[in-house]
Design a protein around this ligand. Structure first.
Ligand code: NDP
Length: 449
């Protein structure tokens, strides 16, 4: 295995996020590899880390001042072992091949855990919708879709949202796809409700995360009621995590964005959450404005030179990182432990560094990796695909109860796999092993492809 890790580093030396994700998964599945020497003969690991296809394309568009601009578009189609490629599109200035390969790699195992037939992909562009007008975002999306459309389709590759890609962007991408293909199919998920979207898709990642955390606590005869919780981010996943935590009687005291974090010791209630939704989804403003409205709260501006993030020093019992990768480093993890946190469930993809995860494990923190805990988003995307195929729309209750069932099933699957491989109670080991086995067994069945 170490020879494969060396190959990854040597072949793609700049891809540090991808190397991190591969290293973490391989460490967790080592007991499986020891039991199955046949995987080596079939080069299972070597195939898992090589995308089936990587697309890289130019995205030219015109800004509001008549200036032509060019961004770089990507789609990494990682694995179709158990279904058509499925995964997000991210529009953010930091997007590069390493980030998209790591996201696509994580998606392989996450999608396998959902119990649905979903392969894995991830794509996006180094385009930041922040500060752009609606017209600029539309022109960019149309240009992006004008290339992507030839590679995707309802049975081939079905993109969805991720950072910087919400309902607005999905709408523009879908419109262009439909025009070019002359067909109305469920090629993207996260669509608006009145033209093929699913109820609860928008809420699914956040709600699913909280359902998963509730299961973790229920297995220990505890509940979220009354627990003080930290949530980072203030986008789609964060907002719906807060919403469901409020439903379950928890008290959320933080939120953040790339400019800093707010701390509201009185708790973020429904009214305050509605304000945040308007602030972030409609006005697309900065989280600091929260304290202009709620003056008892505190805004701490982001300090890029600091070695820790102040959000993780706030006293609490549970933490839900929902912003971005590597937002919790070793020092942050130590701060979380010191401030009394006993449960960390990842809403974002790989928000904790490998060193931070070691700290959690060493301190006996209940830790749920994103590939299990935040699988609710892609799971309901799978349900949106099912509804599109049948030309039917399920009720909110139906989708929500399926989401709950899926999160319960992922929780059970993680615990069973961890138990079977001698690490009882480890969601980290269980999630990686269960996802890995499902994909690898399909690869074995399908021969060397
Ligand atoms: P959004 O774009 O809706 O929100 C992202 C949030 O994270 C924003 O508050 C953003 O701040 C903040 N953020 C982004 N980059 C940084 C950064 N470098 N430093 C600090 N804050 C940052 O995205 P989502 O909520 O959809 O996604 C968040 C995470 O959840 C990602 O890791 C994604 O992969 C994961 N995820 C998403 C799912 C989905 O269905 N959407 C499903 C499962 C996981 P700002 O507004 O300043 O940019």
């Amino acid at each position: 295995m170490s020879d494969i890790l060396r190959t990854v580093s040597a072949r793609d030396p700049g891809e540090k996020e991808f190397q991190q994700a591969v290293r973490d998964v391989f460490a967790a599945v080592k007991p499986v590899l020891d039991r199955h020497p046949e995987y080596r003969r079939n080069a299972i690991l070597e195939r898992l880390i090589e995308p089936e296809r990587t697309l890289l394309f130019r995205v030219p568009w015109m800004d509001d001042h008549g200036q032509a601009r060019v961004n770089r578009g990507f789609r990494v189609e990682m694995s179709s072992a158990i279904g058509p490629y499925k995964g997000g599109l991210r529009f953010h200035a930091s997007v590069n091949l390493s980030i998209l390969k790591f996201l696509a790699f994580e998606q392989v195992f996450k999608n396998a855990l959902t119990t649905l037939s979903l392969g894995a992909a991830q794509g996006g562009a180094d385009f930041d919708p922040k500060g752009k007008s609606d017209d600029e975002v539309m022109r960019f999306c149309q240009s992006f879709a004008a290339e992507l459309f030839r590679h995707i389709g309802p049975d081939t590759d079905i993109p969805e949202g991720d950072i910087g890609v919400g309902a607005r962007e999905i709408g523009y991408l879908f419109g262009m796809y439909k025009r070019l293909r002359n067909e109305f199919t469920g090629v993207l998920t996260g669509k608006s409700l009145n033209w093929g979207g699913s109820l609860v898709r928008r809420e699914a990642a956040g709600y699913g995360l909280v359902y998963f955390a509730a299961e973790m606590l229920a297995a220990r005869n505890q509940s979220l009621a009354g627990k003080v919780c930290l949530v980072s981010g203030s986008g789609n996943v964060a907002q719906h995590t807060v919403e469901k935590l409020i439903d379950m009687g928890a008290k959320v005291v933080t939120l953040s964005d790339s400019s800093g974090c707010i701390v509201d010791e009185e708790g973020i209630d429904r009214g305050k959450l509605d304000f945040v939704k308007r602030l972030k989804n409609i006005r697309r403003a900065r989280i600091g404005e929260y304290v202009d409205k709620y003056s008892q709260a505190l805004f701490v501006e982001k300090d890029a030179t600091a070695d820790h993030n102040p959000i993780w020093k706030v006293k609490a019992e549970c933490a839900f990182p929902c912003a971005t990768e590597n937002e919790i480093n070793r020092r942050d993890a130590e701060n979380l432990v010191a401030s009394g946190v006993s449960l960390v469930a990842e809403g974002a993809t790989m928000p904790a560094t490998s060193e931070a995860v070691e700290v959690f494990q060493g301190a006996g923190i209940l830790f749920a990796p994103g590939k299990a805990a935040s699988a609710g988003g892609v799971a309901v995307s799978g349900l949106e695909m099912a509804q599109n195929s049948m030309r039917l729309a399920w009720s909110r209750e139906e989708v929500d109860s399926r989401l709950k069932m899926i999160m319960k099933s992922i929780h059970r699957t993680c615990l069973e796999a961890a138990e079977e491989y001698g690490q009882p109670g480890s969601y980290l080991v269980g999630a990686n092993i269960a996802g890995f086995l499902k994909v690898v067994n399909a690869m074995q069945d399908q021969g060397l492809v």
